[in-house]
Ligand binder design. Structure first.
Ligand code: ATP
Ligand code: MG
Length: 630
């Protein structure tokens, strides 16, 4: 099919287009109106209709695929695996739902899920959906403070948690952090359901903590019917990564989300019922919500949930799992691939990946060397896709299920169905010409599946996302982009990642791309640092591929010189970094995104700010010492 006309129809006749897509899922009641735009910029999809996310993910498949594996869990942390057929998943989710009901959970209540990557975490999400309760999954790696702020914002009646996670083979206790977070929080949950993995002893708080295993026994073979909820009933709250500031509670609906996921599984991911999808993300992130749990299950696929790192027991583990489960669709992140790039490629070549159709990567810019490397190793299309926690599914990508458009290196692709993507001039708000840089925006309405509002704060939703160009009804992504004549958009970084060197505005992303093209560079972060003369200077923090090259000052100096020269040749003298410093690790959020604001603060001698989402404090230490040594 011709994608251009498919997409055009989704924009020009959104109601007809999405009403058609809505046939991909089951409804309890049909809608009175496809799109309610009476309160712009809000958009309500499938008004008057009723459905249930859990019904669409599980129950509706029971007639045809009860015995097919639905959820396969693999843990290289505790060296265990488990597989649940659709029938078994149905039973487990009903037990979890019954346990939640016993704690008083009813439709509309929030349930916070603070768990490692274990099947019970997925059961808890699906059980909430079954009951019409609103889940808020908080990434298991977050410490007490981040958890406390999310508890206070979401005000959960119940928290589902676990004794411990495990990372790189080391037990990471959860319960002490949870207790501390609840102690700090002003809004305390009534109950905590503890899934005890037997990894770490824990103290039960009397009257509050209940043991899941005992509760599960008590409910037996519980039958808990799905609660039919309105299409715009919130299914979940998920906080953004906090890369740029205070996390926002993204609130998602039910019906629109189910429809959008089903359509994206067909049009973008080409995942078919009966096939396997392996997404290496975490349920704490949006990719995990949409493409570990809901998307693949809604499509009747088998989903692989993995607890472990990309490197243990060896750097081939992703591909071993893909081989073992005959994955057709894989979804990972550029960060993970860059980690693997440092190791022997035999780990990949020795695996039988004949089942694999495509590898999808998202979450941050996919640099060309990484994209080319992984595509060569796999011999399969590697599909970049661009989206946000806010949108829930890709904004830009390749519509491989509709028409095989050629990929373009460095660009995630074209606007996905329903997204009216416009690149606007940052001050005038006028659409820029192809080839010119502007702010990536989406004209109203956001398609189904995108955020409804900021949880509990409609004003923040409108003020944050819809007020960059007040005269135009557009949602700002806060990313820079450029579109070519064929509609391919290249993302040039975040709008707050622009640096101004002597009046020249440069995207940090462009400088980073240039530096990554140097063969000795594994990873790089470019920061704009205040400079009295030039306004700002570009400073690069480089992780070399081979650490022995930088053990002595002469080696560092030589490599720094080469890198500066590379940028100067490719982008010109203005972009040449004033300093190139070396580290073995970059400060990242726990979702793998560069914490530029903190590096910049250190460079300018300021406090690094909110570090609750920081993955490894050692990385900031390295930045500090690189700065003081230079
Ligand atoms: P916060 O909004 O709290 O600062 P965040 O923006 O990092 O956090 P996410 O929603 O996880 O939280 O990330 C979305 C952002 O990630 C996008 O706006 C974009 O900057 C970046 N991104 C995601 N995918 C891609 C991609 N394929 N190419 C380039 N950038 C991407
Ligand atoms: Mg963001």
């Amino acid at each position: 099919m011709d994608y251009a006309s498919y997409h055009r129809r989704s924009i020009e006749q959104p109601e007809a287009f999405w009403a058609e897509q809505a046939a991909l899922i089951d409804w309890h009641r049909s809608w009175d109106q496809v799109l309610d735009g009476s309160r712009k910029p809000f958009a309500r999809w499938f008004v008057g209709a009723q459905t249930n996310l859990c019904h669409n993910a599980i129950d509706r498949h029971l007639a045809t695929r009860a015995e097919q594996p639905a959820l396969v869990w693999e843990s290289t942390e505790v060296e265990r695996s488990r597989s649940y057929s659709y029938a078994e998943l149905h039973a487990e989710v009903q037990r979890m739902a019954a346990v939640l009901q016993r704690q008083g959970v009813v439709q509309g209540d929030r349930v916070l899920i603070y768990m490692p990557m274990i099947p019970e975490a997925a059961f808890a999400m699906l059980a909430c959906a079954r009951l019409g309760a609103i889940h808020s999954v908080v990434f298991g790696g977050f410490a007490a403070l981040s958890l406390a702020t999310r508890i206070d914002d979401a005000r959960p009646k119940v928290i589902v948690s676990s004794d411990a996670g495990s990372r790189g083979g080391r037990v990471v206790p959860y319960k002490p952090l949870l207790d501390e977070a609840i102690a700090r929080a002003a809004n305390k949950p009534a109950k905590v359901v503890m899934v005890d993995r037997g990894l770490q002893a824990w103290d039960a708080v009397a009257g509050r903590d209940v043991d899941y295993a005992a509760e599960r026994d008590a409910v037996g073979a519980a039958q808990v019917p799905c609660v039919w909820v309105d299409a715009d009933h919130p299914s979940y709250i998920l906080y953004t990564s906090g890369t740029t500031g205070r996390p926002k509670g993204v609130q998602r609906d039910t019906g629109g989300y189910a429809v959008a996921l089903a359509a994206s599984m067909r049009d973008i991911f080409c995942g078919q019922a009966g096939q396997t999808m392996f997404t290496t993300s975490d349920i704490g992130w949006v990719v995990g919500h949409s493409y570990i749990v809901y998307g693949p299950l809604i499509s009747g696929m088998t989903t692989v949930m993995y607890e472990g790192t990309p490197l243990r027991p060896d750097p081939g583990i992703f591909w071993s799992l893909a081989e073992r489960h005959r994955a057709s669709v894989m979804f990972s992140s550029p960060t993970a691939v860059r980690v693997l790039k440092k190791y022997d490629t035999a780990y990949m070549r020795e695996r039988d990946l004949s089942s694999l159709q495509r590898l999808f990567l998202a979450g941050e810019p996919l640099d060309e060397p990484t994209a080319t490397w992984i595509a060569e190793q796999l011999g399969r299309p590697v599909v970049d896709n661009y989206w946000q926690t806010e949108t829930g599914w890709p904004i830009l990508g390749l519509p491989s299920g509709v028409e095989a458009l050629p990929p373009k290196l460095g660009s995630p692709g074209v606007a996905m169905p329903g997204y009216d993507v416009r690149i606007l001039h940052e001050t005038s708000g006028e659409p820029v010409a192809p080839g010119e840089k502007g702010v990536v925006t989406i004209a109203w309405p956001l398609p189904p599946g995108c955020m409804q509002t900021v949880w509990g704060d409609d004003a923040r939703y409108v003020g944050t996302y819809w007020s960059t160009f007040p005269d135009r009804q557009v949602y700002s992504t806060f990313d820079w982009g450029v579109v070519d004549a064929r509609g391919y958009v290249t993302i040039l970084g975040r709008t707050d990642d622009v640096i101004n060197v002597a009046g020249h505005r440069l995207g940090t992303r462009e400088i980073e791309e240039s530096i990554s093209s140097h063969a000795a560079v594994a990873e790089v972060a470019v920061i704009g640092v205040a400079d009295e003369v030039k306004g700002q200077n570009a400073v690069a923090f480089v992780v070399p591929r081979d650490a022995t090259r930088i053990t002595d000052a002469a080696g560092r100096e030589q490599l720094a010189g080469e890198i500066m020269q590379t940028v100067q040749t490719q982008l010109g003298a203005v972009a040449r970094p004033a300093r190139v410093l070396f580290v073995t690790l970059l400060p990242k959020t726990r979702s793998g995104k560069l914490l530029r604001r903190s590096i910049q603060a250190l460079c300018e001698g300021r406090d690094p700010g909110d570090l609750t989402t920081l993955e490894d404090p050692g990385a900031l230490e390295q930045v500090r010492s690189a700065l003081s040594a230079s």
